[in-house]
Design a protein around this ligand. Structure first.
Ligand code: HEC
Ligand code: HEC
Length: 197
């Protein structure tokens, strides 16, 4: 009987230790995510996406899909492997609530082309207008990503990855779009989006 009480107490203690060992959102941001995505969600290098003001549900979906390896990424897989559903939800809320940043584009000549592609697409080659899904201000929707203020370099990489299907999750709609963009159109629309407020 005494032994059983002891075992129950021991398991309670162990469960508590496991809980307190799980890092908090603040700890995860400062010791892990912030290294690449910035402590305020503004990425530390243009190769990393900014997460500030990104839609919460979209962030949750991407984190779950990095974890399940539906979205294959050698960089992101180890970052999320040990995260619980609760940490994923808390991290998504944390970054979604941060203010977005806008970027300056050094060569502005392509911006009108980018704006045209975004709002009208290219009817000659069958590129649909991005605005029809990503919205008037490129803020996306609950399930679609915000593109306004994102790093141009990251956007361009994603367009290439959708085209080659190396972005492995839900690439149907974007594969069609990206496969019809010329390199110049892709660069133009990425630059245009990066400088939107
Ligand atoms: C070593 C750098 C690094 C660290 C640390 C890191 N990430 Fe990432 N993250 C990346 C890279 C690179 C990508 C782009 C992956 C790809 O598409 O190939 C990315 C993509 C993402 C995306 C998808 C964004 C989008 O717009 O689709 C989310 C969300 C994300 N990371 C959240 C996190 C969170 C939360 C943490 C901390 C638990 C974290 N990352 C830690 C480098 C990092
Ligand atoms: C038919 C709807 C649709 C159209 C039109 C569309 N997109 Fe998308 N786009 C999506 C969906 C859906 C996703 C997110 C997939 C996911 O959940 O992982 C996405 C994701 C993206 C991403 C990845 C963002 C990130 O944070 O990783 C980029 C970049 C993008 N779209 C750019 C564009 C551009 C540029 C155009 C116009 C040339 C465009 N899209 C047109 C549906 C669309």
């Amino acid at each position: 009987m005494k032994k059983r009480v002891f075992l129950v107490l021991l398991s309670l203690l162990l469960a508590q230790a496991a809980r307190s060992a799980a890092p908090s959102t603040a700890e995860l941001v400062s010791s892990r995510c912030g290294t690449c995505h910035g402590s305020e969600g503004v990425s530390t290098s243009p190769i990393f996406p900014s997460l500030a003001a990104q839609n919460r549900e979209y962030l949750v979906k991407q984190l779950q899909e990095f974890k399940s390896k539906k979205r294959v990424s050698d960089t992101m897989a180890p970052q999320v492997a040990d995260l619980t559903e609760e940490s994923i939800a808390a991290l998504a809320s944390f970054f979604a609530a941060k203010p977005a940043k806008t970027n300056r584009v050094s060569d502005t000549d392509l911006l009108p082309v980018g704006r045209y592609i975004y709002t009208k697409g290219n009817s000659w080659s069958g590129v649909p207008a991005c605005v029809s899904c990503h919205g008037e201000k490129a803020y996306g929707t609950t399930s679609l990503p915000r593109l306004a203020g994102q790093s141009s370099r990251y956007l361009l990489t994603q367009l290439k990855d959708f085209n080659q299907r190396t972005r492995t999750n839900d690439n149907e709609a974007m594969h069609l779009v990206a496969s019809r963009l010329t390199e110049m159109e892709a660069k133009a629309v990425a630059d245009y989006l990066s400088q939107l407020p």
